[in-house]
Design a protein around this ligand. Structure first.
Ligand code: FSX
Ligand code: SF4
Ligand code: F3S
Length: 313
């Protein structure tokens, strides 16, 4: 009780009302595919965390868009909460340490929490020429991944680069870049997207803290709550040609279909992600809503497979 009171006082000070916080928890619970009866339990994970799992966050070949997506776009003030339910032991973008001290922090965290920490990885791993195409502090990404990932309790690949190789693995891929699972031969939980949606990472972590297990996955290791349906199946523009009311309003099915971006190259039908319901920037919008076709950014090899992006498939 006291923990919760302190928590809400702290939130108030940050300018987040209890109502805003509960709205966020409701949104998160729905995204996780849980019934609304779970909302108070989800709130409790933040307000009175029973445990704070240690997290080692690795960055390889990438643009840091994944970290940016997590740090910048969750409801203002609530972004910090995510960091507070976790004990972040190592994260190059947000930690104060640099150089030799940073390397030591990583080494110490892996040793201290061996078998217990969650390893979140963003970025792909260079595999050709012993991994020579990507290094940090004199060590290749490949070496670091091999040293750290097998010692984690779970490895979460956040973003299409760590999941499937992303832009680094696009043709001609001189460095032999690959996703982490493929590069070092381990099973990973995958949250692809370029950038991925932070609510899907938060949902995965909260579901782990709440239910004591990782969520159910599809055959590509992606949580079903987020990647179980195609973008097309959830797209608002679809209602224009599938809903008789709209068709009547537009005069014909063809006219109503003008709202669909398929002919502009939309990859929504072959892309699995919850962008239409989770949206980005605090639920403001998502690519198709903003008028841009889906590029298929959460699918394997999308740079090669889905391009040229603006050509109808
Ligand atoms: Fe990749 Fe993430 Fe795309 Fe960027 O770190 S998924 S290039 S948005 O940032 O790895
Ligand atoms: Fe499907 Fe894209 Fe058309 Fe939406 S805009 S209905 S996702 S093809
Ligand atoms: Fe990516 Fe398509 Fe969503 S491009 S962000 S999966 S709408």
């Amino acid at each position: 009780m006291e923990k919760e009171r302190d928590f809400f006082e702290k939130l108030e000070k940050r300018g987040v009302s209890r109502r805003d916080f509960m709205r966020y928890c409701t949104f998160l619970t729905a995204t996780m595919g849980l019934s609304s009866s779970f909302v108070p339990k989800v709130a409790e994970v933040f307000a009175a965390p029973a445990q704070r799992p240690p997290v080692v966050w690795l960055q390889f070949g990438e643009c840091t868009g994944c970290t940016e997506s997590l740090l910048r776009s969750i409801y203002p003030g609530i972004d910090q909460l995510v960091l507070e339910i976790l004990s972040i032991e190592y994260h190059e973008t947000i930690m104060a340490a640099a150089g030799k001290q940073a390397e030591e922090n990583l080494h110490n965290a892996v040793k201290k929490y061996e078998g217990k920490f969650v390893c979140v990885v963003e970025g792909a791993v260079a595999t050709k020429y012993d991994g020579a195409y990507g290094k940090i502090g004199g060590k290749t990404f490949l070496q670091i991944a091999k040293e750290v990932c097998p010692k984690a309790a779970a490895v979460i690949c956040y973003g299409t680069c760590s999941t499937f190789g992303g832009v680094q693995a696009a043709n001609p891929n001189p460095g032999g870049y690959k996703g982490v699972g493929e590069a070092i031969g381990i099973k990973t939980l995958n949250i692809p997207g370029c950038p991925p949606n932070p609510v899907n990472l938060v949902g995965t972590i909260v579901s782990y803290l709440l239910l004591g297990k990782l969520p159910a996955l599809d055959n590509l290791g992606r949580p079903l709550f987020a990647y179980g349906k195609s973008v097309h199946d959830q797209c608002q523009r679809r209602s224009h040609f599938e809903n008789n009311e709209f068709v009547k309003e537009f005069g014909s099915k063809e006219a109503a279909m003008g709202y669909c971006l398929y002919k502009m190259g939309c990859r929504g039908p072959e892309t699995f992600n919850n962008c239409p319901t989770a949206k980005f920037n605090d639920g403001t919008s998502w690519p198709v809503e903003a008028g841009h076709p889906c590029l298929g950014c959460s699918e394997p090899n999308f740079w090669d497979k889905m391009s040229p992006f603006y050509k109808e498939m």
